[in-house]
Design a protein around this ligand. Structure first.
Ligand code: MN
Length: 236
């Protein structure tokens, strides 16, 4: 079976959906069918998304509206996309409840955290002391900072070591962990770089962009192959 992967992409204020090509490409190369989901209002239609798809990919993009985690928006917070926030939180909660496999990248990881009750740093530069450039100067396909992997985490099981390489293009990050999430990896400055839930069949969130390292690094490639393998087990 080719698993159908519902992809949550950017949705601007004109309700136009757009997605960087790498997300579709890595799902395809890993053996999945990528399906980009448009903005819809009706919860019954969203339920059909949940029933139709075997797994969900939450992608990178704009900042999340801080009121969704109980904070006022600081001047350092970037552009937000209200239609996207609304659709993604609804899809995440429904997919979570139904125990569908979920892979969340960058903003997606932050979205999962917020939807499950966590908070974010609105701006790393002004709120977190670090000597790491979390917005790297190297181009997107180059690894920059190291990822330190927790023992007894599914990422350790997957790559069978305590570190791997990541790239880094985020000015926000997880502050307080939401709900049932657990830390799977950090950067060397202690920043949370990956999360999972032991309460769910498959929920993995990564702060970096493994889709950009898919072709050059087997550890990063495994993140998608593992997600597609798990999604192909979904019994609807
Ligand atoms: Mn980083």
């Amino acid at each position: 079976m080719i698993p159908k992967i519902g992809i949550l992409a950017a949705i601007n204020n004109e309700v136009t959906v757009s997605m960087l090509g790498a997300y579709g490409s890595v799902i395809e190369k890993s053996g999945g069918l990528p399906l980009v989901l448009p903005y819809v209002e009706d919860e019954k239609i969203i339920d059909k998304f949940i029933d139709t798809c075997d797994g969900f990919l939450f992608t990178g993009g704009a900042d999340i509206e801080p009121s969704l985690y109980g904070e006022n928006k600081k001047t350092t917070c970037g552009e937000t996309q209200p239609y996207r926030d609304k659709l993604e939180i609804t899809v995440l909660k429904k997919a979570y409840k139904k125990d569908k496999p979920i892979l969340a990248i960058c903003r997606g990881e932050q979205l999962v955290n917020v939807a499950l009750g966590g908070t974010l740093y609105q701006d790393i530069k002004t709120e977190y002391a670090t000597d790491i450039l979390h917005i790297q100067k190297e181009e997107r396909y180059s690894p920059s900072h190291e990822i330190l992997i927790e023992n007894n985490s599914p990422l350790y099981t997957l790559v069978k070591k305590n570190f791997m390489v990541g790239n880094s293009f985020h000015h926000q990050a997880i502050k307080d962990l939401g709900g049932e999430l657990e830390i799977m990896a950090r950067s060397t400055d202690g920043m949370i770089e990956a999360v999972w839930s032991s309460k769910k069949r498959y929920l993995r969130g990564y702060q970096w962009h493994p889709e950009r390292l898919f072709d050059i690094d087997s550890d990063n490639r495994k993140i998608f192959e593992n997600f597609i393998a798990e999604s192909s087990k979904t019994d609807k």
